[in-house]
Write a protein that binds this ligand. Structure first.
Ligand code: NI
Length: 163
């Protein structure tokens, strides 16, 4: 396993649509391992393959302790959404910043697992937000397109919360 370089906002790879995964080759397996390692190293709750420069429809998510386990989504398709949540959201490709985004409060997604077997995953609150955010990356979209108001520095946010 190895850490991969996280591409930052402005990098062309982040605005391009990703291709479906046809087969989990040893290279793809290595990519997935590296994506988890890179996400954990950066203290993120999710990472999409284009963020490490690979235009494939692969997402990793771990929002523990709020959620129970890490998730791998290959070729994810959002089947259903409902409700609404409005709150701060960040992205490893825009380090140190957050912005207010409204997302569904419930999401059901269909994806393939590491063995290319289909499964469905339901999420609410943070997991629902993460699924939407990461699936957007696969179509070349980033949360800043949906932000209400200005981006803020995470340090200022922390200060606000402490006050
Ligand atoms: Ni992101």
């Amino acid at each position: 396993m190895a850490l991969r370089e996280i591409r930052e906002y402005g990098d062309d790879v982040l605005v391009r649509p990703c291709k479906e995964v046809k087969e989990v080759t040893p290279r793809i397996r290595e990519l997935i391992d590296d994506m988890f390692e890179t996400m954990y190293d950066a203290n993120g709750v999710g990472l999409a393959a284009p963020q490490v420069g690979v235009l494939k429809r692969i997402v990793v998510i771990d929002c523990s302790p709020e959620c129970d386990e890490p998730h791998l989504l290959i070729n994810p398709v959002i089947l259903e959404t409902s409700g609404e949540q409005t709150g701060y959201e960040g992205c490893l490709s825009i380090p140190g910043k957050s912005g207010i985004v409204t997302r569904p409060n419930y999401v059901k997604v269909r994806a393939l697992d590491i063995d290319m077997k289909p499964f469905e995953l339901e999420g609410t609150e943070l997991l629902a937000r993460a699924i939407c955010h990461e699936c957007d990356h696969l179509d070349g979209h980033m949360y800043v397109e949906k932000v209400e108001g200005e981006l803020v520095n995470n340090e200022d946010l922390q200060q606000q919360e402490e006050e």
